[in-house]
Design a binder for this molecule. Structure first.
Ligand code: PRP
Ligand code: URA
Length: 209
């Protein structure tokens, strides 16, 4: 089974409180999501493997370490995942970015895929699927399946907030995928919104509605 990691760094938790607050406006919401994404990128990359290299400092030759192994691909789920990309790129600037466009049909609550554009070498990359919200899990489940259908082998999922229902869906459908969260909330409401959650992530990021 994939592991669930709640990233409880105090700065992440502090900023998440302001993100949740309904009185936080679009500009501040966007800035805070960007900052939290950067902090989460720091935590999620903690286990990346290193390899030895030799360099010359101005003083001497020395053995030191650089990142080894797989290159990273960031896969935001449109729209709201876009709000987390720049923050992550601040720490992982060489990452490639692929996009999966999905929206949740308000009637059926099922995800509808309308766009996909990925780096050509996704099978060689460590992919991080990014979406602020994991509610029913339908969108992330579909996005991950789309990536696997195209050859992806190493996938992690990073969300700000998840409902237990969504986590269970991903654990069941994709036991190979580790999930990284800033918070695991209580439940879904009757409209499949996360409680307490933060409302509609896309609308709050982009000032729609
Ligand atoms: C939101 C959110 C997730 C999805 C989560 O997107 O950003 O992608 O809902 O819900 P789920 O786990 O039940 O699938 P939405 O469908 O509102 O589209 P948007 O990002 O374009 O606003
Ligand atoms: N999508 C959102 O943006 N928010 C939720 O709470 C659930 C799905």
């Amino acid at each position: 089974m994939g592991n669930v990691h709640v990233l409880d760094h105090p700065l992440i938790q502090h900023k998440l409180s302001y993100i949740r607050d309904k009185n936080t406006g679009t500009k501040e919401f966007r800035e805070l999501v960007d900052e939290v994404a950067m902090l989460m990128a720091f935590e999620i990359t903690r286990d990346l493997p290193l390899e030895e290299t030799t360099i010359e400092t101005p003083v001497t030759t020395t053995n030191t370490k650089v990142l080894a192994g797989k290159k990273i691909g960031l896969i935001p789920i449109l729209r709201a995942g876009l709000g987390m990309v720049d923050g992550m790129l601040k720490l992982i600037p060489a990452a490639r970015v692929g996009h999966v466009g999905l929206y949740r049909d308000p009637e059926t609550l099922k995800p509808v895929e309308y766009y996909i554009k990925l780096p050509s070498d996704i099978e060689e990359r460590e992919l991080i699927v990014i979406d602020p919200m994991l509610a029913t899990g339908g969108s992330a489940n579909d996005a991950i399946q789309s990536l696997k259908n195209r050859g992806a082998k190493n996938i992690r999922l990073m969300c700000l907030i998840a409902a237990p229902e969504g986590v269970e869906v991903i654990k069941e459908a994709h036991p190979d995928v580790d999930i990284y969260l800033a918070a695991l909330d209580e439940k879904l409401d009757d409209h499949a919104y996360i409680v307490p959650g933060l409302g509609d992530a896309g609308d709050r990021l982009f000032g729609t509605k």
